[in-house]
Design a protein around this ligand. Structure first.
Ligand code: BT5
Length: 243
């Protein structure tokens, strides 16, 4: 099921508020969000009628982070097909990057019922037709399908392709869970590199990104110690990557 709204505050908020009214796997997209959100309540920019914003209702997941793996792999597939750029990758936890520029971001939010995880609303924003000027206002290096390949795209057509790809990846997840998670790990390009961990409280730590555990947490090593990094951001340190 794909529903495309002309305007909404946030597709994640919309679907969270109506979670029980939608079937498992339902996708709600919007051509404009007036209050698009990133993680930690950061703003998400979407150019009206020009970029993708959608959310998916997941009701049968083993754990919350698997939502990002399913939606992320589907988006990576559509982005590679559309732009013919193979060199797109995940930056932990679920951003899609081209080089050092962000192409897409994912926000997964758990739905709790009596203290238990009843489902997950997973939203993704993808820059499609935004040009350099629009991307500049984002405040961090960002790119779009248009910036990558010089073509503009019909948003509704891309939404249909993405909804189908999410459906396929969800079915595959139900049948071959380990394979989906393996693919997701493989596309996390920065494993092995030295990165800067940025904790939500502002603390920073340079460490080697040594892997991702079964719950989707980043495992980092520094000075013989291991840190399990559950929430925050990582900054790519290209000059240090082979250290
Ligand atoms: C994310 O958060 O990257 C998750 C974004 C999820 C957006 C989707 S759209 C559909 C659904 N409905 C919503 O309300 N949200 C979801 P985070 O990792 O916290 O990144 C946020 C940061 O990315 C911001 O602080 C900006 O610096 C930057 N940013 C904002 N808009 C951007 C854009 N269009 N492209 C690249 N970077 C952006």
């Amino acid at each position: 099921m794909l529903i495309v709204l002309d305007q909404v505050d946030s597709t994640n908020t919309f679907l969270k508020d109506r979670f029980d009214e939608f079937p498992d796997g339902a996708v709600v997209a919007a051509l404009e969000q007036t209050a698009g959100r990133g993680r930690l309540n950061r703003p998400w920019f979407q150019q009206k009628n020009n970029d993708i914003a959608l959310s998916v209702a997941f009701k049968n997941l083993e754990c919350g982070f698997h939502a990002g793996a399913i939606v992320g792999l589907a988006a990576l597939e559509v982005a590679r097909e559309a732009t013919a750029k193979k060199d797109l990758f995940f930056k932990w936890p679920n951003d899609i990057y081209a080089g050092e520029k962000k192409l897409a971001g994912i926000l997964s939010e758990g739905i709790l019922r009596q203290g238990k995880l009843a489902g997950v609303v997973c939203g993704i924003g993808i820059n499609v037709n935004s040009d350099e000027n629009a991307l500049f206002s984002v405040g961090q290096p960002a790119t779009s399908f248009f910036a990558l390949c010089g073509r503009k795209f019909e948003i509704k057509n891309l939404l249909e392709r993405l909804e189908k790809s999410i459906g396929r990846h969800y079915i595959k997840y139900e049948r071959e869970r380990a394979q989906i998670l393996r693919e997701w790990r493989q596309q996390n390009r920065l494993v092995g590199q030295v990165v800067e961990l940025r904790f939500p409280d502002g603390k920073r730590l340079e460490a080697r990104f040594s892997g991702i555990d079964d719950d989707g947490n980043l495992i980092a090593s520094h000075g013989g110690e291991t840190t399990v990094f559950r929430c925050g951001d990582i900054k790519i340190l290209p000059s240090l990557k082979d250290r």
